[in-house]
Design a binder for this molecule. Structure first.
Ligand SMILES: Cc1cc2nc3c(=O)[nH]c(=O)nc-3n(C[C@H](O)[C@H](O)[C@H](O)COP(=O)(O)OP(=O)(O)OC[C@H]3O[C@@H](n4cnc5c(N)ncnc54)[C@H](O)[C@@H]3O)c2cc1C
Length: 497
């Protein structure tokens, strides 16, 4: 593991059996797992390059149990890592050797649906797709649609502020969550927001969405549900190279058109997806845009004409518009299967996630190609082009010595490039452990300390998901007061990784 995590607390590890027994008193039956073989499935999340079995797994079923587990761990100084479905690509749910992994998978109930207010209230373990499946018979859906929607939980979506193809028009998780119930590390149960719009006071709900399991454990989520658009059509546009496709994306948005989704795939990704799902993607192009528009049929027709005009002006060489629902779904099938498809052409890949201003797309794609040559590693690009949210998949072979480290260095350079051109380190996958050590590329020490003060306000003992997001752990009491004199770092016993 080339990313350092805090050293396990040996005193806590020595108490492992007693901790398991105490937690069994709170979550009886099969709710506490301590058998080493049974812990294995939890040793990793979607960032599979990193693995660490947890000390114990606890699977509560009620809010009261979550509260009691956290209260006990808080009193006893035991760390806790929350986990939803474990699909995080940034290592957000990676266990710690001396921490309890708190799995929220048993919170699977839809609690209420209110079609008049257009909200659904669900438990955090409900999958993203299950929300849409629950309301679709009445013509509604939940808009944010991560590619992992069949598996990822809404609690994990809240923690990561997840996005997806349709977030370009309908907003990310943060724009579609109206309220949460949250258990703080000391066991206190709080409610933020609700079924109404614009709660008064500080926007604490906005702080919680995207807080990566560092501030509290989400036990209930109220989401906005939307009526399905009247119609939707998609157009596949091929370009000679990613630069011209990138220029087209920038111009579509600059002209005031907000498609329901606008995704890009480069040649490597197109070929991998076509070989996997056979949906008729053109194979003689350097880049493919999938642009979807939705709304009344006349509006869709007009927008498709406009997009065709802009694509032509940017050198498009092929164009195909869906004529029915089956064809539209086929266009998306390749995109949705792109990640597993790339998994068939490379033993391993490392999925990056950074965001840039759209108008810099052509330049960034060009520089990424050069980095690929410099590092001697292939890259496949599949991404949310309309949002400027890049997902380069760096191809490597973990069995070849040094390739993982080279892939990580390549990925870090891509993220530095994103920041250099005015973008940010993450689009939707979160910071986790993956981008933790790059945070100073984007934030000054003062910025980071201000963010850590927020963490301290929720979790002063720093027990909830430590080692993630922040590159340096400051004890809450020392925040803002660290002066390094003559190279002598104060508090040398504190983990700084
Ligand atoms: C093939 C694939 C495709 C993907 N595509 C997308 C995509 O298009 N868009 C996108 O945004 N992401 C995508 N992801 C990443 C991932 O699915 C999302 O980040 C998702 O939101 C994680 O949800 P989860 O339930 O799996 O959370 P986990 O992986 O279990 O946890 C993620 C983080 O949330 C915290 N957490 C989980 N549950 C709670 C809770 N109840 N309370 C507090 N904190 C909690 C954890 O501590 C951790 O920090 C993809 C992943 C894969 C494997």
């Amino acid at each position: 593991m080339s990313i350092l995590m805090p050293d396990p607390d040996q005193a806590v590890l020595a108490r492992r059996a007693g901790i398991a027994e105490a937690l069994r008193g709170i979550v009886p039956g099969e709710g506490v797992i301590d058998d080493p073989d049974a812990l294995r499935p939890y040793e990793s999340d979607g960032l599979t390059a990193y693995r660490q079995p947890p000390m114990l797994v606890v699977l509560p079923e009620t809010v009261e149990q979550v509260s009691a587990v956290l209260r006990w761990c808080h009193a006893e100084g035991v760390k806790v890592v929350p986990r939803g479905s474990g699909t995080s690509l940034s290592g957000g749910a990676l266990p710690l050797a001396d921490a309890v992994l708190l799995g929220m998978g048993k919170f699977k109930r839809v609690l209420a649906i209110d079609y008049d207010d257009r909200v659904a209230v669900v438990q955090p373990g409900v999958t993203n797709l299950a929300i849409t499946q629950t309301v679709e018979e009445r013509g509604f859906y939940y808009a944010p649609d991560p590619s992992s929607q069949i598996a990822c939980s809404i609690g994990g979506n809240v923690a990561e502020n997840a996005g997806g193809v349709h977030c370009l028009k309908y907003g990310l998780t943060t724009n579609n969550v109206l309220g949460v119930e949250l258990v703080l590390m000391d066991g206190e149960i709080v409610r933020l927001g609700g079924r109404h719009l614009d709660p008064c006071g500080l926007d604490l709900l906005g702080v919680i969405v995207g807080s990566e399991g560092l501030l509290g454990v989400v036990t209930e989520v109220t989401v906005r549900i939307l009526p399905k658009p009247e119609s939707a059509r998609a157009v596949l546009v091929g370009f000679p190279d990613p630069e011209s496709a990138g220029a087209c994306v920038a111009q579509v948005i600059a002209e005031g058109i907000i498609p329901a989704g606008m995704e890009m795939m480069d040649r490597t990704a197109i070929h991998a997806a076509e070989a996997f799902v056979n949906v008729g993607y053109p194979l003689d192009v350097g880049a493919l845009l999938i642009v979807e528009v939705d709304g009344p049929a006349a509006e869709c027709d007009y927008l498709i004409e406009e997009i065709a005009r802009i694509a032509g002006a940017n050198g498009a060489v092929t164009s195909r518009t869906s004529t029915d629902e089956r064809e539209r779904m086929a266009f998306w099938a390749g995109r949705k299967a792109a990640f597993p498809a790339v998994g068939r052409i490379s033993p391993d890949y490392y999925c990056m996630d950074g965001t840039i201003p759209r108008r810099r797309l052509p330049e960034v794609l060009r520089r990424m190609e050069q980095l690929s040559v410099d590092y001697g590693l292939g890259v496949a690009n599949v991404f949310h082009a309309g949002d400027g949210n890049l997902h380069p998949l760096i191809l490597y072979d973990a069995n070849k010595p040094g390739e993982l480290e080279r892939a990580e260095a390549f990925g870090n350079d891509i993220l530095r490039l994103c920041v250099e051109v005015g973008g940010v380190l993450t689009g939707e996958h979160g910071v986790g452990i993956e981008k933790r050590d790059l945070m100073p590329v984007m934030f000054s020490e003062t910025d980071l300390q201000q963010q850590q003060r927020v963490k301290c306000a929720f979790d002063p003992k720093l027990l909830l998901n430590p080692g993630k997001v922040f590159p340096t752990l400051h004890r809450c009491a020392e925040l803002g007061r660290m002066h390094v004199h003559a190279g002598q770092v104060p508090f040398p016993e504190l983990p700084r990784f």
